[in-house]
Design a protein around this ligand. Structure first.
Ligand code: FDA
Length: 401
């Protein structure tokens, strides 16, 4: 005889645990399924083991990407960052703000996992893990066939299986398969918050800069409306990484250039002209005072500037200094790809939002079916936004079931 529940939540990650606890607290009989042997692996490894669990600005829909970021508004209003922060504080979990509103645990991500697990237990949630879900079918509600626990039945199913990023941490395409099976449109999934790579030949001159980091402003000029990010850039052997590049990767489209201001908004022309008036430096020395030394040297090795490199600033016309500065302030390069889902922090794309009810996360195609968290086509910026989306969307569905 199949066990019957009011709701079955598939995926015991951030969104799934939050949703199950909310639904259970309302008196519903809830089952929570997961296939991975370790609970909430993504939370565990997040934020370098300290879980950047939200951002003070995470209530703003302009901090999210997707076909329709405004879809997230209802969920973020229903459970704004302040409410999650209050919950964390009440549990005695110490935290601190690190950078641009990012809140991290002082100790360990394990504290957040323990909080969510205890909330599920207190709400009487029935755990099934690890279990392999073979199929979800509509049949007097829904029937879920698992290998280890047989058939489970419920009036509602919440898909909280996350995205495709980091298969080694339990990611799978089950949520996307369920969505397709029920006729949902999928916005093409792609790696996001991910390092960008370059053709090995083209990258050779820059590969020697691996390890160099500096503050920059980065844009994706091929994507109208994409934000510019003021963050650190990191050169790697294969391409570019660091927060600036992870952020812009969500908005970058294959074949398009990145535009990078290596002076991070500083008026480099004025600085060079100032140095020309005040010192007897060569251009190479002056530039090395304004940029990481290895980057300055590499830049002036370019055939466009090599002739100027060892000249004294006094010998170089202001117009020529302006040309050097302009090139540094608008470095346009075309990445060939990304490091892929193996290294991505999240999946962009997913279940299209126009077929979901923003007030409940319920499917318009299959009443009783809900999608929450990263499997939905809502992608937050780097810095705690993706967890806030998981908590908020999980909360909304947990209230609505
Ligand atoms: P999540 O991935 O948390 O949970 C999905 C669950 O479904 C998992 O438990 C998985 O095992 C289960 N599942 C998958 N397939 C299944 C199947 N076939 N059958 C049964 N169960 C299945 N975000 C942020 O805001 N701050 C941060 O600090 C970080 N840091 C970070 C670091 C790294 C290395 C990564 C990879 C990601 C982050 N993120 C982050 C992103 C964040 O982890 C992510 O957006 C949320 O965990 C998404 O929550 P979900 O609940 O949607 O998926």
């Amino acid at each position: 005889m199949a066990q019957r529940f009011d709701a079955i939540v598939i995926g015991a990650g951030a969104a799934g645990m939050y949703c199950a606890a909310q639904a259970g607290r309302r008196g519903l009989r809830v089952a929570l399924l997961d296939h991975w042997p370790r609970l909430a692996e993504k939370i565990r490894i997040s934020g370098g083991g300290r879980c950047n669990f939200t951002n003070l600005d995470a209530g703003r829909v302009d901090r999210f990407a997707g076909e329709n970021p405004a879809f997230a508004r209802n969920a973020l209003r229903a459970l704004p960052p302040g409410r999650f922060i209050e919950q964390v504080r009440r549990r005695g979990i110490a935290f601190h703000e690190k950078h641009k509103g990012q809140l991290f645990c002082d100790e360990s991500s394990e504290r957040i996992i323990a909080m969510l697990r205890e909330d599920c237990d207190a709400a009487g949630v029935h755990w099934f893990r690890p279990v392999t879900v073979d199929d979800v079918e509509p049949e007097a509600g829904f029937v879920i066939r698992t290998r280890e626990a047989g058939e489970l039945r419920a009036d509602a199913v919440v898909v909280a299986t996350g995205g495709l990023a980091i298969p080694k941490a339990g990611a799978s395409d089950l949520g996307l398969r369920i969505a397709r099976r029920f006729g949902h449109r999928i916005v093409e999934p792609r790696p996001a918050l991910v390092p960008l790579t370059f053709d090995a030949q083209a990258w050779r001159p820059y590969a020697e800069l691996a390890g160099v980091a500096l503050p920059v402003t980065v844009r994706a000029p091929g994507t109208p409306g994409a934000p510019a990010f003021d963050e650190d850039l990191l050169f790697t052997h294969r391409g570019l990484s660091g927060p600036a590049v992870l952020q812009i990767s969500t908005f970058w489209k294959r074949g398009d250039p990145l535009a990078i201001d290596l002076a991070a908004g500083n008026d480099l022309t004025a600085r060079l002209i100032e140095a020309k008036r005040a010192t007897r430096q060569q251009l190479a020395g002056a530039l090395a005072g304004l940029l990481p030394r290895r980057l300055a040297a590499r830049w002036l090795a370019d055939e466009r500037f090599a002739a100027l490199c060892t000249k004294r600033l006094a010998e170089i016309a202001d117009r020529e200094l302006a040309t050097v500065a302009a090139a540094l302030r608008d470095w346009q390069i075309v990445p060939t790809g990304t490091e892929g889902f193996r290294k991505a922090e999240v999946m962009a794309g997913g279940v299209a939002t126009d077929e979901l009810d923003p007030r409940s996360m319920q499917s318009f195609k299959a009443p009783g079916l809900y999608f929450v968290g990263e499997v939905v086509d809502i992608t937050g910026w780097l810095g705690g936004y993706n967890f806030q989306w998981a908590w908020s969307s999980g909360f909304l569905a947990g209230q609505a079931i």
